[in-house]
Design a protein around this ligand. Structure first.
Ligand code: ADP
Ligand code: VHF
Length: 373
């Protein structure tokens, strides 16, 4: 059932790179040759039309070298200072290595709030989508310099899964120092067996991840399984593979041993369920008959079909869509504020820029953000 070709077939791919791959834990040297080989892999994916986003750890580890810190920073302020010094170098490394393939990179630093708060989530999503549309490889890390311990992800496994969910990626590759999930930690338990495929995260599977290990990495298997839970629910397949080989993505395609975590649902199902059930709508748009028919056949809501707006809402807030008879026909997340919707009523999407003074989305509610019925 598992196939290495799944990687080659993915449309939107996220690759998460752990600190220990980028920086030699013993010498603290940056593995430049490894990174150049990874860039070859990324360039090959891009050349065959795949979108690629990199989630990279390593700011703290790289910053440690920059600051000449002999010890691994443990206090938050020290980690933040190391990350500030390291992140700028990290971004430069990706920029340099992908420039050899004429691939532009864009840096995105996220905090947990950026993925959890709806509006910020939408903003980050729009920016990342725009970067991908422009052929850029976004390079994402946690914004370690501003996050406090309470609001930190603290590990990039879950951050990568949140980003996968955010942009509806279909494949998330966690490159690690191990070729997948075992029944127990194989470094301490010689009887541990490798598991090639996980379709469901049962309590037995969860129990296989031991406690996080001391050392440079912050995750261990615990955060990888938490990432799998997020990705699987979002309809994104995830795999854990060895990253400490040259050209790790090519190795996966050639059949290297990995663990696949299979998606549970279509990418938008969980999110649509959230829109339908758990959000208090802050306003209403009334639409004409033509728009009702369009929405029922799965289309987005365009300004041309909107005849009235009620309530005060912001971009990204949940709103109701009513038909001419007052019946609720749909719920969704508005791409515009209520004030902007009022200006757009009945107009063609091509007029949005002239009416608002900026070029927003063509739709008032995109079909990905819409639940009909
Ligand atoms: N059941 C398990 N299967 C595989 N690895 C495990 C398991 N339990 C704990 N581990 C440990 O998790 C480590 C991978 O996590 P981590 O070092 O955080 O990687 P990364 O730097 O890629 O995030 C493995 O090297 C292994 O020591
Ligand atoms: N954001 C931190 C990395 C956190 C992290 O998840 O590290 P790792 O377990 O090596 O993937 C940094 O850039 O140093």
């Amino acid at each position: 059932m598992t196939s290495p070709h799944r990687l080659a077939q993915s449309r939107r791919l996220i690759v998460k790179i752990g600190s220990a791959l980028l920086v030699d834990p013993a010498t603290l040297e940056i593995r430049r040759r490894w990174l150049d080989a990874l860039a070859d892999d990324v360039a090959r994916c891009r050349a065959r039309g795949q979108e690629v986003l990199i989630v990279t750890s390593g700011a703290i580890a790289v910053g440690r070298t920059g600051l000449g810190l002999a010890h691994r920073p443990t206090r938050l302020e020290e980690k933040q200072a190391a990350a500030a010094v390291g992140q700028i170098r990290l971004a430069q490394l990706y920029q340099e290595t992908l420039a050899r393939h004429d691939i532009p990179v864009g840096q995105i630093l996220l905090t947990r709030e950026d993925t959890e708060a709806r509006r910020r989530h939408l903003n980050a999503r729009a920016t990342i989508n725009q970067l991908l549309a422009l052929g850029v490889v976004p390079v994402v890390n946690e914004n370690d310099t501003v996050t406090t311990s309470e609001i930190r992800f603290g590990d990039n496994d879950r951050l990568a899964a949140r980003v996968a969910q955010m942009i509806s990626a279909d494949t998330l590759v966690l490159l690690s120092d191990i070729d997948g999930l075992y029944t127990a930690n194989p470094r301490t338990d010689p009887t541990a067996r490798h598991l090639p495929e996980i379709a469901e995260l049962t309590p037995e599977i969860e129990a296989m991840a031991g406690p996080p290990l001391p050392g440079m990495s912050s995750g261990g298997m615990v955060t990888k399984l938490a990432a799998a839970r997020i990705a699987m629910a979002a309809g994104c397949r995830m795999l854990i593979a060895r990253g400490d080989v040259e050209h790790p993505l090519a190795a996966i395609e050639s059949g290297a041993r990995v663990t696949w975590f299979l998606p549970q649902a279509e990418p938008l199902t969980a999110r649509k369920r959230w829109i339908a059930g758990s959000v208090a709508p802050l306003g209403t748009v009334v639409v004409d008959r033509g728009a009702v028919t369009a929405l029922k056949s799965g289309r987005s809501l365009l300004p041309a079909g909107v005849v009235a707006v009620e309530g005060a809402f912001e971009r990204g807030d949940a709103i109701l869509v009513r038909g001419p008879d007052g019946q609720v026909v749909a719920r969704g997340l508005s791409a515009y504020t209520s004030a902007d919707v009022a200006l757009l009523l009945g107009h063609k999407s091509g007029e949005i820029e002239t009416l608002l003074g900026y070029r927003g989305r063509d739709e008032i509610i995109h079909r990905d953000d819409l639940v009909v019925g």
